[in-house]
Design a protein around this ligand. Structure first.
Ligand code: FES
Ligand SMILES: [Fe+2]
Length: 435
């Protein structure tokens, strides 16, 4: 249980708030590159700030304030040119640094030199556009291994969630919920709705296995989480290796050729943007084609009436839980138990890092030396360790790796083909070696 002051400190992210200042020390993936390629101009709200993201005709990405300096028209209605973003009202144009570079109706050519709007640094990685809203010089954009591995197929998912970011993130140091929410509840939901999809049934059955023990400790990149399922070999999987909560707001799971790496971005105090990269890794037995475009899906999981519309997916089940906790969960009323010790450790770590920033130092996961930032080695333990997706002879069961995923079917087919091909190649090689 927290006091109201503690709850406010942890949940409020506006400029000048303690948590807002901590969050401004990190890069945040605000859009898929492909989203911007399709739209050219997008309004973005992050940490309570309204901004405009644009792609100019020279291919430069800019993140600037939401309004034109002239008479405050919203730049989200603007158009892009080779110089930057052009306000629709009188044509003033701003480049990626927010500098006004064109004022077609002004007689003085130098007037524009003194006109500038807010701008923030952006960078691209793994098909995502990242923004940094903090003090300069910005730290390096972290190159977490899942974002830079080769021979993998990536997809991006983007979901707007109508509740505070912290209750979404507190799900990560809480592996216990999976047995109930993604195992028992999911099975119940399929029974109630007459769903007989084999892949989903297998997934829910795997998830239903109870956790026999779980532990947490502070690690290099956040909180190392370890858990063991009943009947699982403790020498393998998450119990042996641990899987981190990557501070401050990244969720990371692995297993059976699929890694999920996802951020819970505070849009503001009452809304969260969940952005995740799914990294499908069929193995070295197959060559995964280079991706010119990382496909994205933007999914609504809570409709306008507050109805949960994606209970057929693990993510949709999580979102049901988080949204139903309240717009900003009232932690003065909670009753925590022994199984919540990961959640408690996470809150303590957040508070400690707030203090670090207030004392003028860099918080954890600040990278400033490129040699430390080539490919940051997060572990990849199979978090469920129960080999769902594999037949008794070790062969791959088509449909497993994309089960309950929300990508369009043609993308799923492409991914499944790679896994089937890899399994066949593996089998053929084993047979050759056995001869
Ligand atoms: S309001 Fe933007 S150019 Fe006039
Ligand atoms: Fe979950």
């Amino acid at each position: 249980m927290l006091t109201q002051e503690q709850n406010d400190l942890l949940t409020r992210v506006g400029k000048g708030t303690p948590m807002g200042e901590l969050m401004r020390r990190y890069w945040h993936p605000i859009a898929a590159k492909q989203q911007l390629v399709e739209r050219k101009v997008m309004p973005v709200r992050l940490l309570g700030e309204d901004l405009t993201l644009f792609l100019d005709e020279e291919g430069r990405v800019g993140l600037v304030g939401d309004r034109c300096a002239h008479r405050l028209v919203k730049l989200e209605c603007g158009l892009t040119t080779e110089k930057g973003i052009k306000c629709p009202y009188h044509g003033w144009t701003f480049d990626t640094n927010g500098q006004c570079v064109d004022q077609p109706s002004e007689p003085s050519a130098r007037f524009k030199d003194n006109v500038k709007i807010l701008s923030y640094p952006v960078e691209e990685l793994a098909g995502l556009i990242f923004a940094y809203l903090g003090p300069l010089p910005a730290p390096l954009l972290p190159r977490w291994n899942r974002l830079v591995w080769d021979n993998v197929y990536r997809t991006i998912g983007i979901i707007k969630i109508p509740c505070n970011w912290l209750q979404c993130m507190e799900n990560t140091p809480d592996p216990v919920h999976a047995t109930y929410l993604h195992g028992q509840f999911f099975t119940h939901w399929m029974d109630e709705n007459g769903v007989e999809d084999e892949g989903m049934r297998r997934l829910a059955q795997g998830m239903s296995t109870p956790i026999s023990k779980h532990e947490y400790e502070l690690g290099k990149y956040g909180i190392d989480r370890r858990w063991l399922f009943e009947g699982q070999d403790p020498a393998l999987g998450a119990w042996a290796e641990g899987l981190p909560l990557v501070f401050p707001h990244i969720h990371c799971t692995s297993g059976s050729g699929r890694h999920t790496f996802g951020w819970r971005l505070p849009i503001d105090d009452e809304n969260t943007l969940q952005v995740y990269v799914r990294v499908f890794e069929p193995g070295r037995e197959v060559e995964v084609p280079e991706q010119d475009v990382v496909p994205y899906s933007e999914v609504e999981m809570v409709d306008k009436d507050g109805k949960f519309t994606a209970l057929n997916s693990v993510t949709g089940q999580d979102i049901m839980a988080w949204v139903s906790q309240g717009r900003i969960m009232d932690r003065t009323k909670e009753v925590l138990g022994h199984s919540d010790r990961g959640v408690v450790m996470y809150r303590q770590l957040l508070m400690k890092q707030v203090d670090v920033v207030q004392s003028g130092e860099d918080p954890i996961n600040t990278f400033r030396d490129p040699t430390d930032n080539q490919c940051i080695p997060l572990p990849s333990a199979a978090d469920r360790g129960n080999n769902w997706g594999k037949g008794t002879d070790g062969s791959y069961i088509r449909g497993s790796v994309t089960a309950a995923d929300l990508m369009p079917q043609h993308i799923k087919d492409e991914i499944e083909d790679l896994f089937v091909q890899a399994a066949e190649n593996r089998k053929a090689r084993a047979q050759t070696e056995a001869k």
